[in-house]
Write a protein that binds this ligand. Structure first.
Ligand code: ADP
Ligand code: MG
Length: 138
């Protein structure tokens, strides 16, 4: 298990001004923030990031949404970072997310679900490298 994962505070949560509360939960759960920046993804960047979902019916909607406004990309450090961050996020569908998870409290739908988290150490490394250079990690 690696101690790094990658997260995004998605455009819905940034539009709603929830980034401060979400960052506060991340720090409160014991993560260290190793990298963080506000970006506005192009449609092409979003398509590249979610290429694994290219065949899914929701792909176009997902890429439109992820390029619809600014988002916060983050590199998070904690022991067993990947499962720890997914647990704090909650289930993909907020209707199924556990109490006190970020998606339960801030997501509005299965598509606009406030946050992203890597699903494996291998994908965390790929996703970190997609948005951050080594020099940007402190
Ligand atoms: P997770 O973000 O929990 O890892 P997935 O990797 O399965 O979930 O899906 C990536 C993202 O695609 C989700 O976070 C959500 O924004 C969107 N998504 C997933 N399933 C659907 C769906 N059925 N309808 C619309 N958007 C979806
Ligand atoms: Mg996923």
């Amino acid at each position: 298990m690696s101690n790094l994962t990658f997260g995004i505070i998605k455009p819905d949560a940034v539009r709603a001004g929830k980034q401060g509360q979400i960052i506060s939960r991340i720090l409160g759960a014991g993560f260290k923030i190793r990298g963080m920046k506000l970006i506005h993804q192009t449609r092409k960047q979003a398509e590249g990031f979610y290429a694994v979902h290219a065949a899914k019916g929701f792909f176009d909607e997902l890429c439109d949404f992820m390029s619809s406004g600014p988002c916060v990309v983050m590199v998070l450090e904690k022991e067993n970072a990947v499962p720890a961050w997914r647990e704090l996020m909650g289930a993909t569908n907020p209707a199924e997310a556990a109490e006190n998870t970020i998606r339960k409290d801030f997501a509005t739908s299965i598509g606009e679900n406030a946050v992203h988290g890597s699903d494996s150490d291998e994908n965390a490394a790929i996703e970190i490298a997609y948005f951050f250079s080594k020099l940007e990690l402190v």
